[in-house]
Design a binder for this molecule. Sequence first.
Ligand code: S3P
Length: 162
Amino acid sequence: MQAIIIGFMGSGKTTVGRELSESLNVNNHDLDEIIVNQIGESISSFFKTHSEAEFRKIERQQLQKAMNLEGILSTGGGTPMQNSQIFKATSIPVFLLDAVDETILKRLTKESGRPLVEKLGMDGILQLKAKRQPAYEAISDYIIHTDNKTPQAVSKEIINKL
Ligand code: S3P
C-alpha cells in the first residue's frame, strides 16, 4: 500500500482515491466496496438486516486484510474509530481529507444511501463529525483541506507529499 485515505462521509475519499491511483498507475481499493462485495448487499440494507455492530466487525476484518494490498486504500468514514491501533502501527502514510461542515452538508445532500445520514439527520451527522475529528487527527500523517478543490487538485497535493 502506498497511501491510506481517511475522512468523514462526504470528504471525497472514494473520488480522490480513484484519481490518485490513476495518476500513480497503481491499484485502487475502496473498503466500502470490498465490504459490499463480501456481504452481497448494500451497506444501507446491511444496517437494516443485521446491525451496525456486525458491520463494524466485518469492516475491521476487511481492513486488516486490505492493509496487505498494494496501491491506494480509501476507508469508510467510521473505519478509524475502533481501529486506531491498526493505523498507528502502519508505516503507510495516512491522509486525512478534511472539509468544513458546509462542504460536507452540500456533498451529503447530493449523494444518498448512507445509513447514518438516514438515522441521524444532518444535525446529528455534524455532531458525529465533530466527535470523530480528534480521533481522525490522532492517526493522520497529513491533513489535506478539500474545500473548493477538485479531486485532481487534492490528488496532486497528496502526490507532492508521498
Ligand atoms: C460510515 C461511512 C460510510 C460507510 C458506512 C458507515 C461512517 O462510508 O462505511 O455507511 O460510520 O461514517 P463513507 O465515508 O465512504 O460514506
